[in-house]
Design a binder for this molecule. Structure first.
Ligand SMILES: Cc1cc2nc3c(=O)[nH]c(=O)nc-3n(C[C@H](O)[C@H](O)[C@H](O)COP(=O)(O)O)c2cc1C
Ligand SMILES: [Mn+2]
Length: 513
């Protein structure tokens, strides 16, 4: 079961003891963020967090927080609501991510029965698939309160996450530019439609507050929102856009999901929910948004005008540099009665986004295997901030097999941005970071086993030689086969014989240890 709106999800977190309410007055400028940063580094709230796929750091997370008294706004603010494995699983209605991965695998690799009766039995399943698409309804609680002319972004409790966020003179922004604030919307789905095909997209992109009606959109050039924007901009047309917070508990995750372009996040959210997401027509723009959202900001993106956006304290643990991003003008703000404002911060891991990223790592394994069948499993270590590092496990079958896999990953969706890939053999526990690094140190000759390439990189990578592009390194830590250049004979790893292990186990008490 998933939750039909953000408040029922928060209520469920409260019930299982994962939520802390804070009644003391707090400042949305830096204070909420400093508290969330500290809490994100605490051990996990619930005792139930599974050891999961991350045996080393699997029990991090702290509580979800609900600030009931926020300076300058009547809205309560929720943060860290997705900040543990258990909470992401609750939002997605599963007991572990493998369960969802299994459902996806069954979807993409259906075992089609050969008999007619068997095929007929499949029909209800196929019909169910059709029901996952979004449905339009007449009314939604996200429009219980509607502001158009009087819409005022400054009444919302937008937070400032890090001290230099939005500050001039820092990170490439000219010192004489003072417009913009350090306040951001951080946990929203950005809804747009392709002007040529009508396909919808939902992506989680941060949005910077300028004034009561103005914001700057920060979508990376490689993401679908930016692709849609380029089409409107080249036609010189304003782009309708909705910023959506809350709604079905599956929606937040779906907005972060690295689905291929033109694969609908709303359809995927419906698949996760087991039922289509309900949408209502916006009040001032030709778009539809989830009916049960807490808050919707409607407006238009200017096809020409850009604003300085950033710097912004990012998931790399550094500020991403200021740059020019499209200007968004608000035409309406709609919300439910007594709304809660959901937000998050990113920064040095672990933060809330780490758990959303881990969900993707697990859920997408079947899809990644479909593109690169050589992969048995993979691990994105916490220290790698998603795109910096991937450990890959393969069943090596021929010379240079590891290199083939590296290049396939560098061509696979958002995995293409991976700066460092370490490939290991099938007997290595790929989720055990010590074991992978041990294997790498032992198995490589750097004069032979490094693959250095150039290509697109995460635009948040401040170290790359150009913005959004630069070097990537693959390390082949597999056993080398004859034919892989200068290979002497390869020794076996140390493993005690079964016989002697059994003897020692049997006599263990005798040793008095
Ligand atoms: C907390 C959080 C914040 C994010 N902020 C941004 C952002 O500001 N800009 C961006 O382009 N991607 C951001 N992302 C990543 C995208 O949401 C993610 O890559 C998503 O797959 C993009 O969807 P799209 O492929 O439909 O564009 C963020 C992800 C998370 C979890
Ligand atoms: Mn997309």
């Amino acid at each position: 079961m998933t939750y039909p709106d953000f408040q029922s999800f928060v209520g469920a977190l409260d019930e299982v003891g994962d939520l802390k309410r804070i009644s003391a007055e707090v400042d949305p400028i830096l204070e909420i963020s400093a508290i969330a940063d500290r809490v994100s580094k605490l051990p996990s709230a619930g005792g139930l967090d599974p050891p999961s796929t991350d045996p080393i750091h699997g029990r991090q997370g702290g509580h979800a927080l609900l600030f009931e008294n926020v300076k300058g706004s009547s809205w309560p603010v929720a943060i860290n609501t997705f900040g543990s494995y258990r909470r992401v699983m609750m939002a997605l209605g599963c007991d572990d991510f493998e369960e969802l991965a299994g459902r996806i695998e069954a979807l993409i690799k259906p075992k089609m029965p050969t008999t007619l009766i068997g095929k007929m039995k499949k029909l209800p399943e196929l019909a169910k698939l059709a029901s996952f698409g979004p449905k339009t309804v007449k009314k939604g609680m996200c429009q219980e309160v509607v502001h158009t002319e009087d819409a005022n972004l400054c009444e919302l409790p937008l937070i400032q996450c890090w001290p230099d966020d939005g500050q001039s003179g820092c990170g490439g922004k000219p010192a004489d530019v003072t417009a913009g604030t350090g306040r951001y919307i951080t946990l929203a789905g950005i809804y747009t439609v392709d002007p040529e095909t009508g396909d919808r997209n939902v992506g989680m992109y941060r949005v910077q507050l300028y004034d009561a009606k103005t914001m700057a959109m920060h979508w990376h050039m490689h993401h679908d929102g930016a692709r849609h924007y380029r089409k409107y901009a080249s036609a010189g047309k304003p782009m309708p856009l909705a910023i959506v917070l809350g709604g079905d508990s599956v929606l937040t995750y779906a907005a972060t999901c690295p689905l291929p372009p033109d694969v609908s996040e709303l359809l995927f959210a419906g698949f996760l929910k087991g039922k289509g997401i309900e949408l209502v027509a916006c009040k001032t723009i030709p778009l539809e948004v989830p009916a049960s959202a807490e808050l919707v900001i409607e407006g238009w993106v200017d096809p020409h005008e850009k604003l300085w956006e950033g710097p912004f304290g990012d998931h790399t643990g550094y500020y991403s540099l200021a740059d020019r991003y499209p200007k968004f003008t608000v035409s309406a703000i709609t919300h439910r009665k007594n709304p809660i404002y959901p937000t998050t911060i990113v920064g040095k891991p672990p933060m809330e986004d780490y758990y959303l990223g881990k969900a993707t790592e697990r859920i997408f394994l079947p899809l990644l295997k479909m593109i690169v069948p050589d992969i048995i499993d993979y691990h994105l270590p916490r220290f790698g901030s998603f795109h910096h590092c991937a450990f890959i496990k393969i069943k090596k079958e021929y010379p240079y097999h590891a290199r083939k896999v590296m290049h396939a990953i560098w061509g696979a969706g958002q995995m293409a941005f991976t700066k460092l890939i370490i490939v290991v053999d099938q007997d290595v526990e790929v989720h055990d970071e010590q074991e992978v690094l041990f294997t790498m140190c032992a198995n490589i000759d750097p004069s032979r086993d490094l693959e250095l390439v150039t290509g697109p990189l995460d635009i948040l990578d401040h170290a790359s030689v150009i913005y959004g592009g630069g070097g990537k390194l693959g390390i082949d830590a597999t056993r080398k086969l004859p034919g892989e250049e200068r290979v002497r004979s390869w020794p076996d790893e140390l493993i005690m014989s079964d016989e002697i292990q059994q003897l020692v186990a049997h006599r263990w008490n005798e040793y008095g240890l």
